[in-house]
Design a protein around this ligand. Sequence first.
Ligand SMILES: [Zn+2]
Length: 506
Amino acid sequence: MGSWLVCLALCGCGDSAPDGASGSEVEGGAERQAPPVLARNVLLVSLDTVRADRLESYGYRVQTSPNLDALARRSVLFERAQAQAPQTAPSHASLFTSEYPGAHQIINAHSSASTLFTLPTGVTTLAELLQGQGIDTAAFVSGGNLTRRMEMDRGFDVWDERNEDVSGRVDALLEWMLAPERGRFFATLHTYQTHAPYLPPRELVPRFVAADYDGPLRERLDRYLALPAEEAWQGAVGPDYWDGMLEYTDADVAFLSDLYDAEIAYLDDQLRRVLEVVFKSERAADTVVVVLADHGEEFKDHGKFQHDQVFQELLHVPLIMRLPNELEKQGWRGRVPEPVELVDVAPTVAELMGVSSEGTGWAGRSLVPLLRHPGRAPADWADRPQYSELVIEPGPKYYQSIAWRGWKYVYAWQKDIDHEWEWFFHLGHDPGETQNLIHSEEPEVVEARERLKEQLFRHTEETVGKAARVGEGGAAEVDDGMRQTLEQLGYHGSGGAGRPDGGDRR
Ligand SMILES: [Zn+2]
């Protein structure tokens, strides 16, 4: 079967103007050419838990995101962007380090754990690279599994970590970004606004939720909405928020899903404040805005809630890059159908800012050729595989997936019960991953399945080799503040974020 995948993994774990000016850097005694500076500043916005198919610009039929959609129309939108992990810590670690999860070895922490892992010293973060070139770096994040305790703050001059409503995170970002002394900058904004528990502002609820829903979750929602906002946000939702999920009816699930849409609409409205500042000021001339999500969200699409599997509702994420005005006028705008990954973001940002990433060993590839000519990508881009991984406690349970040439293979193994699962899908014909072809004997399916398994094996070998080179990270304690945030977000340690079991034994 496929246990070689996990065996391998386990063995291995033990001031320039934006006018095209170029410069040179000296590293290790050898001078090398830096790429031209295409943008002075980059703002990276990470929307935790926003699945791509809930935005109109990705085909959703409900208007959840008018501001992001307006941004997308003036941007380069990547139609097939994939997260490297469906959970916050490993996905952001891949975003920041341009390494696959098996290489950086970061996994989510949960509230019943006493320790967590930190980034290995052998990886180079994007912020470290930019900071080394004198660029101001700051991150306004929401803690939990995106925390300085995991050393995610490496390379940031300012790391402001606070779990609060998105409006507070936006205020903090704008104050820093608009400071008179601000030089060239790389800023990151991260919010859990759309993460469970789904508690949108009261006034948005009727717009998205069916008026005739009278199930048990209505009373629970009304009770939460009666709490002062700060109290509800900080965890007063109580453990009963998660009770009875396994028994939820279709109407209950639709109610939760509608609340999630309302949260996206609220988040979108708050992002309008950021976009107005950028685009109604001279910042539009020299700032790239990157909007993405670290993973999606599941509403029993494959039998669970939240995000602890590797199906597409959890891996397909929005990725939108708005270039400075001058580049937009030159045609850096449109839709990119080629497959890309979040590990590609760091090399892209570095190249846009005129900073060479040579010597970092990063696994991702700069998207600048796709930004320059959306819709006319070099031929080899269409053939890139997309990889994702996940480790969840207890078990532990390991997932790996590869998507390639329209096919997708998923492998899972749970150590404590020594049980394996395999899935194989044709994403082109079956984007919802409903028909498992793992036992199909159709010659075309058999050939594709073997090719993907072989490709995933080679990728795993490379990742394990990388992990050995970057070394192991350290360990740190989960403190009380982090534990409270993890509780509120639903990370109780009973199967990761998806508490109910089921649906994955197909
Ligand atoms: Zn997340």
